[in-house]
Design a protein around this ligand. Structure first.
Ligand code: CA
Length: 332
């Protein structure tokens, strides 16, 4: 894992190949409690910060406690994996086409809850809710969703094109969008996910700057139909990152992020295409990343065909090439 993080007792740190360097003595943005000031400083400053961090001979704390790396402004979650959207469509709407007609025309998304985004290592309390008509209780179908998230550094008052992505987005985190499938299935019609998702979302403690992901950029899969002009472009921003889900120490899924149908620049362009502004700290997640082959799915409901969900005490660790891990234990 490589990137910037925020130390629990204040100031920023740099992590490269698992080795952490305390950057506080550098002062300025590095002495801030979160990455927000650094993220707002722009692309040129980001490159300089990487160079400074890499050459800084500061204290090297062993297994430091980390806080949420940035103050999350807004949180949006997309649904950009065709395999995941098809798998869930088949389960949630078995009598219809798995993919709804709008899916190939735009990256479908919803606004999540910024205030309940937490840093890796935070326990996840099992949510209670309406599991079906007239029934309230603790979720019996608690699940995970392995996703990438990107965070806006430089704000914008204008719609952003796909070519503006690298000027505005600071970096990428790994995301676990914890999901209560029973609450979700009952509540989601017709306005989308709400309490089945909003109880908690975990992100990695380290934000990997976009510049360090350059060597991992690949062409995304062909889109059919071709996207409208404002969503064209950004197809060279698929990321060849290996992904895995570990359940109680055993790897149960191995996938790759390059399979996503919609890319992150397309998501940002879509999110601002109506004139919505973006702020420093806006977090946008890709949606669950599932591949075609069995064993590459990004959620338990897909991996186990509705038969295995999380029990109290279960621990999940998500991992990805270059990115920080996302760890969380379920408590009752
Ligand atoms: Ca999700």
């Amino acid at each position: 894992m490589t990137g910037f993080g925020a130390l629990a007792d204040g100031g920023l740190a740099w992590c490269e190949d698992g080795e952490v360097v305390d950057l506080r003595a550098l002062g300025d943005v590095f002495a801030q409690p979160t990455l927000n000031a650094l993220m707002a400083s722009g692309r040129h400053a980001w490159r300089e910060a990487i160079d400074v961090a890499r050459s800084h001979d500061g204290p090297r704390p062993q297994a430091p406690r980390m806080r949420l790396p940035f103050d999350v402004a807004d949180y949006v979650d997309f649904y950009a994996s065709k395999e995941h959207a098809s798998n869930l469509g088949r389960m949630f709407r078995p009598d219809q086409e798995p993919l709804l007609p709008n899916w190939v025309w735009l990256p479908v998304g919803y606004h999540g809850r910024a205030g309940t985004v937490v840093v890796s290592g935070t326990d996840v309390v099992r949510p209670s809710g309406q599991l079906r008509a007239g029934e309230w209780g603790p979720s019996q179908r608690l699940d995970v969703e392995l996703e990438l998230g990107f965070v806006v550094g430089v704000p914008s008052q204008e719609p952003l094109g796909t070519a503006d992505f690298a000027d505005h987005v600071f970096g990428v985190v790994l995301v676990n969008d914890w999901s209560a499938r029973d609450i979700q299935a009952f509540e989601y019609v017709p306005l989308g996910p709400f309490l089945g998702k909003s109880f908690r979302t975990s992100i990695s403690a380290w934000v990997t700057p976009l510049a360090l992901l350059e060597p991992r950029r690949v062409e995304a899969p062909q889109q059919d139909p071709p996207p409208l002009p404002h969503l064209a472009g950004g197809r060279d921003w698929a990321l060849d990152l290996d992904l895995s889900i570990e359940l109680n120490g055993e790897v149960v899924s191995r996938g790759n992020a390059r399979s996503l149908y919609w890319t992150m620049p397309q998501m940002l362009a879509h999110a601002t295409s109506n004139g919505a502004t973006v702020r420093t700290g806006d977090l946008m997640a890709t949606g669950t990343i599932s591949g075609r082959e069995p064993g590459t799915e990004g959620s338990l409901i897909e991996l186990y065909g509705n038969t295995r969900f999380l029990a109290d005490g279960d621990e999940i660790v998500l991992r990805a090439t270059l990115l920080g891990d996302v760890r969380g234990r379920v408590v009752g």
